[in-house]
Write a protein that binds this ligand. Sequence first.
Ligand code: OAD
Length: 236
Amino acid sequence: MLTGAGVSAESGVPVFRGEEGLWRDRRPEDLATPAAFERDPRLVWEWYAWRREVVGRCRPNAAHLSIARWSLAREGRTVVTQNVDGLHLDALLEAGGADVPARARPIELHGSLFRVRCVRCGRRRTSREPIDASSERTLPRCGRCGAPLRPDVVWFGEPLDPEALAAAFGAAAAAEACVVVGTSAVVHPAASVATVAADRGACLIEVGPEPTALTPLADISIRARASEAIPALLES
Ligand code: OAD
């Protein structure tokens, strides 16, 4: 299963592109870059603190919960997401309790708003606490080496985490079926997860209100919102 922003649309997660994605007239392309963080880490953290607050108030919808139950039900079911909102994980906690088996955890190809990573030693950790971005002095620092922490998300111009990529493409190559939901499938390498699965003979099922870059390859296209189509597809 490959998911994108559309699966979280009905949870109210603001979109990245267009007017709604703007913050104080700044575009994400000007803030979500390593150069922006180097230039002004306080400003970048202020933006992420705001995003964490807004997204942190969103709850998993019927599609996230259905996907969580589906992935918990049997081994060999992999969820690969481009979303950084953490809602697949929240849904797993809601559906299955605190002990989420590692195999059921989503592969978060673009990282997570609710994880931080040390710019020097690379150590990652979950981070739900509010960030104080009022001055550079109050920004979060690594508990191990003291260097600045950054959001553990993939920024423009950065490569994806090689381990996450390998796991996603490994699952795609072995898949009998691949459900693609809520993504325009124009951002690579994420979208290639679906094309690799299709090339290896998997049945490709796409779910979303509009045609996408993957429509010509799809065996089945379900033109509906995720919260309606996904429970019907996975649990009927
Ligand atoms: P997009 O915003 O490009 O595409 C969202 C897709 O969801 C569109 O095809 C919509 O038609 C569809 N959609 C909208 N509402 C829906 C609903 N209720 N149910 C199902 N589908 C719905 O988002 P992504 O493809 O996820 O990358 O974008 C991919 C990447 O582009 C993001 O992860 C981000 C961005 O650059 C990074 O930040 C690295």
